[in-house]
Design a protein around this ligand. Sequence first.
Ligand SMILES: [Zn+2]
Ligand SMILES: [Zn+2]
Length: 320
Amino acid sequence: MKPLSRQLDWANFIFLLFSPLIGVVGTIYYSFHYGIHPVNVTLLVAFFWLTGLSITGGYHRYFAHKTYVSHSLLKLFYLVFGACALQNTALRWASDHRNHHRYTDTEKDPYNFQEGFWYAHVGWICYKRPSDPSQFTNVPDLLNDRLVMWQHRYYLLIAILIGFGIPTLVGLAFGHPLGGFLWGGILRVVLVHHFTFLVNSASHRFGKQPYANDDSSRDCWWLAFLTNGEGYHNFHHKFPSDYRNGIRWFHWDPTKWWLCSLRMVGLTSRLNKVSTQALLQARRAMERVHSTWQMTQSLSHVGAAIPAKLVPAEAGSNSI
Ligand SMILES: [Zn+2]
Ligand SMILES: [Zn+2]
């Protein structure tokens, strides 16, 4: 458990509590009275994809993991629309995420799943961070990036002007400023928030572990539909430098298709892929763990003594 001395971050707590209320209940109430205008729905869909891809393709697969090379224009796009997702600055997000990979399931993991599903989903954001003199030492590349530091400085201003200002102005142009604000602003933020948060919570709880079982990450195909392809989280934890999360052609991973499409117009390059040999090695190692576990289960059912060397240390803790 987290120490009791840990203090609530009231600003984050209140926003995370009231934004779903205003975004969902407020939008339903508004639409009940004023109808569902196509412009508002378009604003929701457009800003959902712009900000969602800026988190998965930008904050995650570019700034946190550097899985490919990005053109400066694309970086600027990610930084502007990533800010509008209201998930903190790219510098802070990438620093937290690198710690998540380095210290998965331990106290140093910012969204440690061992603290519970809800803590990993949203609880961790509701606490104030202890002052940490070593903060940002794991993102020296980003500290030297002028665009990243520009966004770090003007993050809230960008989020408010672009993320809420533009939907409100477009709504105003069509006579529905409040509708634009609710649909393209608040409701969209709430959806992108909680779909992203599912990667930290549900992707460490539901699904299989075909590549590794030394942490709680899992591959969950249905989560991929909510998270722009980030549901294949066990693969991602094993091979974080790969630009893909869903590696098969039929795996739903719009982020990888987005990055491949941008390569055709020169905005991305050197998209990194894990070698087939490393992939097969990981899968075979896990198949051995699975078959060992099945053998120990069969032996225990017939009451035979199980040789200690046949029991995989992690087998009991994983539903595979
Ligand atoms: Zn994870
Ligand atoms: Zn990652």
